[in-house]
Design a protein around this ligand. Structure first.
Ligand code: C2E
Ligand code: CA
Ligand code: CA
Length: 536
C-alpha cells in the first residue's frame, strides 16, 4: 500500500533508507531527436519505503532540505551513480554521461566538490561520464558563490548543466554571468501552444544559446509536436516522457545495451574578437545590430561538408525575397538550394574563409522554395566570416545581398557589350561601367587593350591617376565629377586629357538608377576630340 510519509517518519528512517537502498536512483535518457540516439541520462532520486511504498521527490526533498539532510542524500545518489558507471565499465556496456542533481544547499556546503571528487576517484570513473546539474534558482543565494563552485567543478573537469532554465524571470541574466556547458530548458515552464509566446521565447533562447555554442537539452518534452518544434529551431536534444519516463536501473542497463549513443557536442569557442556575453545578451548592441542594422544576416554552422543555418534575422528573409518563414529556412538543408557548380563555389569560399580567417565574398545562384512563392531562382552575394570553432565544426557569420536584378542587368550588359564590340572598334569609342557602391570600374576591351587596364579596376579612378592615365592636375576635377554622378546629377560632356600625351577626350556619362531613383551605376564613354586641340 502506498502512503505519503510524514516529515517525522521520513527523517526518522532516512539513514536506514540510504543504508538499505530504499533511497536509490532512477534514470531518464536524454535523446538526440534527429538521430534517435541516447546522448546521456539524468539520475533522479527515489525513495521506496518497504511499508509505505513509493515516496516522491516533490514531497521528500523539501523535508530533507528543511532538515539539512539533502546533501547527504545527494552524495548518496552520486555514489549510486558512480557504482552504476563502474558496473557498466567493468561489463563493457556502452556508457553515457549521467547527470546528478546538485541542490542549492550543496552549493552552500563548503567541501561538497571535494566530497564528490573523493567518491568519483574511489570508483575510478572518468570525469566526463558524470555531469552536474545546478538549478537556476541556486543563483538566488548570490552569484559569487555559484560562480566559484562552477569554477571549481570546471577545474576538476566536470560538465555543468544549468537545470530548469526558463523557470525564473532572471534567466537571461543568470546565464550571461554563469559559464555553464549545457542548458536544460524546461518546456513546462514555457508551456502553451508551441507557436505562441512560449514558442517565441523558446526559439529566441535556443537561437541565442546556439550562437554561443552552448548545447540545449529540452526537458519535459511529452509530444512529438513539441519535439519536432524544438528540432525545427535547432534544438535536437530531448529529455521527457515522449522518449522515456525515468526508469529503474535494470531497465536502463538494458537500454544502454540496445541503444547507440553519441557524445554531447563540444562547446564552440568564439573567436576572441567577439564578446560572447554581449553577443548572447538580447539587449546588447551586438544583438541589436544583428537584428536591426546589418542588413540580411545569418549564422550557420559547417562541419565536414554539412551546413546548418542556426539564426537569421528578419532582413535576411526579406533580402532573399521569397517570403520564406524563419522555420522554412532553419528547418531545411541549405545545400538543397544549390546546383553542383554553385555549391562548389560557395563551399570553396567557406574553406577559404576558414583558411584565411578573413572575410570572403562569394556570389552564387540558388533555387529557393517557399510555401507562399513556390520556387524562384535568386543570385546572392554573401560576405562570410568564421566566428567560432569547435573541433572540425565552424560557425559562420554571413551577410547577404540579393543581387539577382543587378546580375541580370549585368548579363544583359555583357551581351550588348559583345554586340557592340565591333561597332566600338569602328567609331573609336572607349566605354566602361562604373558601380558606385564598390567603386569598381569595368572597362571595355578597347580600354583594356589601349590603356593596359585589367578587366576590373578597383577603387576607380585612383589607379588611373596613379598610373598617369588621368593627369594629376585633372585628378580632383575627375573625382569630383564621379561624386556628382553618384549624387544623381546629370553631368554634361566634359573634356579630359589622357596619358602623358595629354590627348583630349570627351567624357560622357549616363546614370543607371534603381526603382527609387538612387544611382547604381554610371556608363561612361570617351571619344577623342577631333579638332586636335590639346588641353593645357
Ligand atoms: P528536475 O531535476 O527538473 O527533474 C526532472 C523532473 O521532471 C523529474 O521529476 C522527471 O521525472 C520529470 N519529468 C521528466 N520528463 C517529464 C515529462 O515529459 N513530463 C513531466 N510532466 N515530467 C517529466 P522527479 O523525478 O519527480 O523530480 C522532481 C525534482 O526533484 C527534480 O526536478 C529535482 O529538482 C528534484 N530531484 C530529483 N532527484 C534529485 C536528487 O538526486 N537530488 C536533488 N537535490 N534533487 C533531486
Ligand atoms: Ca535536474
Ligand atoms: Ca529540470
Amino acid at each position: 500500500m502506498e502512503r505519503k510519509m510524514t516529515e517525522q517518519e521520513l527523517v526518522g528512517s532516512f539513514f536506514d533508507a540510504m543504508r538499505y537502498g530504499h533511497i536509490y536512483a532512477v534514470y531518464q535518457p536524454k535523446m538526440n531527436h534527429s538521430t534517435g540516439r541516447m546522448i546521456g541520462a539524468e539520475a533522479l532520486m527515489r525513495w521506496r519505503d518497504p511499508e509505505n511504498g513509493m515516496q516522491y521527490p516533490g514531497d521528500f526533498i523539501p523535508v530533507l532540505e528543511k532538515n539539512d539532510l539533502i546533501s547527504r542524500a545527494d552524495l548518496h545518489v552520486f555514489e549510486v551513480v558512480c557504482r552504476f558507471q563502474r558496473k557498466c565499465l567493468d561489463m563493457e556496456v556502452p556508457c553515457v554521461p549521467i547527470s546528478i542533481n546538485m541542490s542549492r544547499y550543496d552549493i552552500y556546503r563548503k567541501n561538497y566538490t571535494d566530497e564528490i571528487e573523493t567518491i568519483r576517484q574511489r570508483y575510478e570513473i572518468p570525469v566526463d561520464l558524470l555531469h552536474v546539474e545546478i538549478t537556476e534558482s541556486s543563483a538566488i543565494g548570490g552569484m559569487e558563490l555559484v560562480s566559484s563552485v562552477l569554477e571549481d567543478l570546471h577545474h576538476r573537469g566536470y560538465t555543468v548543466e544549468m537545470d530548469d532554465f526558463g523557470s525564473g524571470y532572471s534567466s537571461l541574466n543568470v546565464l550571461k554571468d554563469l559559464d555553464v556547458d549545457v542548458i536544460k530548458l524546461d518546456m513546462r515552464f514555457l508551456s502553451g501552444k508551441v507557436g505562441g509566446r512560449g514558442g517565441t521565447i523558446i526559439s529566441s533562447i535556443v537561437q541565442m544559446t546556439k550562437w554561443l555554442g552552448t548545447p540545449v537539452v529540452a526537458e519535459g518534452v511529452e509530444t512529438v509536436e513539441q519535439a519536432d518544434y524544438m528540432k525545427s529551431i535547432g534544438c535536437s536534444y530531448i529529455q521527457g516522457y515522449l522518449y522515456s519516463k525515468p526508469i529503474e536501473e535494470p531497465e536502463f542497463l538494458q537500454k544502454l545495451r540496445q541503444l547507440d549513443h553519441e557524445p554531447v557536442v563540444a562547446a564552440m569557442d568564439l573567436i576572441n574578437t567577439m564578446n560572447s556575453c554581449r553577443f548572447w545578451d538580447p539587449n546588447s548592441l551586438e544583438t541589436l545590430i544583428f537584428n536591426q542594422y546589418v542588413g540580411g544576416a545569418a549564422i550557420f554552422s559547417y562541419q565536414r561538408g554539412k551546413v546548418e543555418i542556426l539564426r537569421v534575422n528578419q532582413k535576411y528573409m526579406k533580402e532573399l525575397g521569397m517570403n520564406m518563414t524563419e522555420k522554412e529556412i532553419l528547418g531545411c538543408d541549405p545545400w538543397m538550394w544549390f546546383d553542383e557548380e554553385n555549391h562548389k563555389r560557395y563551399e570553396d569560399a567557406m574553406l577559404n574563409a576558414i583558411h584565411s580567417r578573413d572575410e570572403v565574398t562569394s556570389e552564387s545562384w540558388r533555387t529557393l522554395c517557399s510555401t507562399i512563392c513556390g520556387t524562384g531562382r535568386v543570385c546572392v552575394r554573401s560576405e562570410i566570416r568564421v566566428i567560432g570553432q569547435a573541433g572540425d565544426q565552424y560557425l559562420f557569420y554571413c551577410l547577404v545581398k540579393n543581387i539577382t536584378a543587378e546580375k541580370k542587368r549585368y548579363d544583359a550588359m555583357y551581351d550588348s557589350e559583345l554586340r557592340f564590340k565591333a561597332a566600338f572598334e569602328q567609331i573609336n569609342v572607349y566605354a566602361w561601367e562604373y558601380t558606385f557602391s564598390n567603386k569598381q570600374m569595368r572597362p571595355c576591351f578597347r580600354c583594356m587593350r589601349d590603356l593596359g587596364l585589367p578587366a576590373v579596376v578597383d577603387n576607380y579612378p585612383e589607379p588611373l591617376i596613379r598610373d598617369g592615365i588621368i593627369p594629376l592636375d585633372y585628378a580632383d576635377m575627375y573625382r569630383n565629377l564621379l561624386r556628382r554622378l553618384e549624387n544623381g546629377e546629370d553631368v554634361p560632356p566634359t573634356i579630359v586629357p589622357l596619358t602623358v600625351g595629354r590627348v583630349p577626350f570627351t567624357f560622357r556619362y549616363t546614370i543607371e538608377r534603381d526603382e527609387n531613383g538612387k544611382p547604381l551605376k554610371a556608363f561612361g564613354s570617351a571619344t577623342i576630340v577631333l579638332d586636335d586641340k590639346k588641353c593645357e
